[in-house]
Design a protein around this ligand. Structure first.
Ligand SMILES: [Zn+2]
Length: 99
């Protein structure tokens, strides 16, 4: 359905906007809003059955729901042997992404 495709485009755009808002909120040390924006973005993706892309998944922590900003609350370690970038959140959760 053509309308469905257009709807998904809008949803993905909104998710992108919400995630950048979340990052901005975190930079302004506004953790409550940062979490809220991430929550809304994730809720949108489940509500409209839009799978988050790898890039979008890298932008927040799955465990605590905080946006991941490298150099602020997230440390990146590269594992050469497994070719994985390990994103360590300040809450202790780690997420691996292939590169
Ligand atoms: Zn976390």
């Amino acid at each position: 359905m053509a309308a469905q495709g257009a709807l998904k485009e809008i949803i993905y755009e909104r998710i992108g906007i919400l995630l950048s808002l979340a990052e901005q909120a975190l930079r302004n040390k506004d953790e409550a809003h940062a979490k809220r924006y991430v929550f809304l973005a994730r809720k949108l993706s489940t509500r409209y059955n839009c799978r988050l892309s790898k890039k979008e998944k890298m932008r927040f922590c799955r465990k605590c729901g905080m946006p991941s900003v490298v150099g602020l609350n997230t440390a990146v370690r590269l594992r050469k042997r497994t070719k994985t970038a390990e994103y360590g959140c300040s809450c202790g959760a780690k997420a691996g992404f292939k590169y």
